[in-house]
Design a protein around this ligand. Sequence first.
Ligand code: GLU
Length: 469
Amino acid sequence: MELVKTRFAPSPTGYLHVGGARTALFSWLYAKHCNGEFVLRIEDTDRERSTQPAIDAILESMEWLNLGWDEGPYYQTKRFDRYKEVIDQLLAEGKAYKCYCSKERLEEIRAQQMKDGVKPRYDGHCREDHSEHSPDEPYVVRFRNPDTGIVAFDDMVKGRIEFKNEELDDFIIQRSDGTPTYNFCVVVDDFDMGITHVIRGDDHVNNTPRQINLYRAMGAKEPVFGHLAMILGDDGAKLSKRHGAVSVMQYREDGYLPEALLNYLVRLGWSHGDQEIFTIDEMIKLFTPEQINKSASSFNTKKLNWLNAHYMKTQPRAEVASELKWHLNRLGIDTDKVQGPDLELVVKNYCERTQTLKEMAEKARCYFEDITEYDAAGVKKWIKEGSVEILKDSLEALKALDSWEPEAIDKALEAIAQKHEVGMGKVGQPLRLAMTGTPTSPGIGDTMELVGRERTFKRIEDAIAAFSK
Ligand code: GLU
């Protein structure tokens, strides 16, 4: 059986957005599903709009999503010699020709065609050489598209699609500055790289017949195409910045786990019964193009949040912890250097109490940084007459413990509440303020475990000093 090879071929003119990531995921999944290979190719021939930061952002996003590639990244700008070779060959074989038509001439025929009510297209004037050209006269190279017949293909998603050759014109494959164009490079690349299945956005459907004609002119078999319907925002309009985060890295910054985003993306235009949650292995196993939707899918932030909450609780703690570390770093906390709890312990205590890793990092910073202020409303509500006495007693009881297990801590503090004949709140809340600067945190024993033994004592002492004033 033929080895399936798919590719993702972004143009680095901006960050990787959700639509691009979904295309990458579907291509990647199809390759994995078929035990095939996945290629990453950076389509950077548009030198004015392509930037290195955009390339870096694409690679970073792919890595974060864990969409590894078997080959590449290839860069089109490194393949100009090869494109030149194919163009020369097509010229030599009469399958392409040099076009010297001036801008003015092209505008004229266009205006005339509009007037005549026909679709504007190049009239093929330079197919036959009309005049002498000096070597320094600028020209473009056009592909000689067949005049008649139809180009048809069976799209993996949309089914059979047909175009009349009459409607396609002799498109430019090399610009006057000598650079090759997208429709040409993509064919040479997909051919050279042995791509068997091209999965991409349906904004490319109209390019496909042109590309197929090129394959045929090159004597090559075209790949199978699959065009994905677009993604709409919650409001039914085409997904854009207006709908909030659209770049993959923005989702990371907002505190989503890559697994949640992938699971979310796979459901944007693909389904398997009514199943919503898919591990990566399940996606690979179940992903078949027959279940890709023909119609556009809508973005739904609520569902993404729901999936994120799910994965925060169910992903291996070590994985969530490593993502948490990234978020703490962003807050200026280098967890390798500063004193603080084990990150997996933080995840254990906070995975049900927070919706995103960004939130988790914000809540956890108090375990890595000194408490510099206490929440005013919390102090007003919980620091009453007797609170300092309770803090002092608690400190003594805690110091006497020989175990720093949450259960032992809780038990010791329950005894303090009993001794003072108050509810647990009156003991726990002042201690929470002491530990975290706020009146909300996990169970007090768990919180103290996170803070650590010596630091707990120090924080209670500091609070006693602060609240005695
Ligand atoms: N570079 C093209 C884009 O970013 C994709 C080309 C393709 O997948 O064929 O839209």
